[in-house]
Design a binder for this molecule. Structure first.
Ligand code: ZN
Length: 260
């Protein structure tokens, strides 16, 4: 494996064969934790899903998606991760190993199973990965603007607490997603509650990265434990972006604790 710190992107870049992925610095400090933010590169899908599309629901060829998912699994040397049918809702799924096959409906996966890996599929929405290494609990959140409005991130921290996690021990990474440069919502007065209006940075443009940061700290996660990739998917063609391309793929983020 080749690794180096990518100054331009502010994350650690790793490369296994033809498969590149990125890691958050502070999550990478835990040897038992596996986590990865994949890009468009290293897969077999054809345009407009080129190349490492992991979503079956976007019109790509099934065989290509299956091969892309297999490459991710082999590259990380993990068992098949749990993917969910994401709905832009607020469903939190406590994942168990059977779900690697059943594909539950929901937008958050949480587990305290060692050896179980959680995958989220995104193209502009945020994947927020959480790990409490002391309690042995991980979560992967799909938070688009609807999830941001519902504070699905805060709900996830509450759910982790119920499983035995202490928020001050949680380490968080906010993945590549729509930045304040491109998060334009012309109907925001109808769609967003007042509390979110203060996150407007320029006309109709919102800073959902900061909102996620505040939702985490609002539930007791320490600011110093939160790493933001600050990579805008719409501005950076290394990632799929629904806003840039409409018909496109989804890139994957994966997190899980290995068995001892
Ligand atoms: Zn942008």
């Amino acid at each position: 494996m080749v690794s180096w710190f990518n100054l331009e992107l502010g994350m650690i870049k790793r490369q296994i064969g033809q498969l590149p992925y990125y890691q958050f610095e502070h999550l990478a400090e835990f040897p038992q934790l596996t986590h990865a933010v994949f890009t468009r590169e290293g897969g077999v899908s054809k345009a407009p899903f080129d190349c490492l599309n992991v979503a079956f629901s976007v019109g790509d060829q099934k065989e290509a998606v299956a091969e892309n998912r297999r490459r991710i699994m082999d590259g990380l040397a993990i068992s098949p991760p749990v993917y969910c049918q994401q709905t832009h809702g607020d469903g939190i799924v406590i994942a168990d190993p059977e779900m690697c096959v059943t594909t539950p409906k929901g937008d958050v996966l949480v587990t305290d199973h060692f050896g179980l890996f959680l995958a989220i599929q995104v193209a502009d929405c945020q994947s927020v990965m959480l790990c409490d290494p002391k309690a042995g609990i991980v979560a992967n959140i799909h938070s688009g603007w609807r999830g941001s409005v519902r504070n699905i991130i805060g709900e996830t921290v509450l759910r982790m607490r119920r499983l035995g996690s202490r928020p001050k021990n949680i380490i968080a990474g906010i993945g590549p997603s729509l930045g304040p440069c491109c998060a334009e919502f012309i109907n925001y007065r109808k769609e967003f509650p007042e509390a979110i209006h203060s996150y407007q940075r320029s006309e109709n443009h919102f800073d959902f990265w900061r909102l996620s940061f505040d939702q985490l700290t609002g539930h007791g996660v320490l600011g110093g434990h939160i790493e933001q990739s600050r990579i805008c998917t719409c501005c950076n063609s290394l990632f799929f972006s629904y806003r840039r391309q409409k018909k496109t793929g989804r890139f994957a983020t994966v997190i899980g604790l290995r068995k001892q």
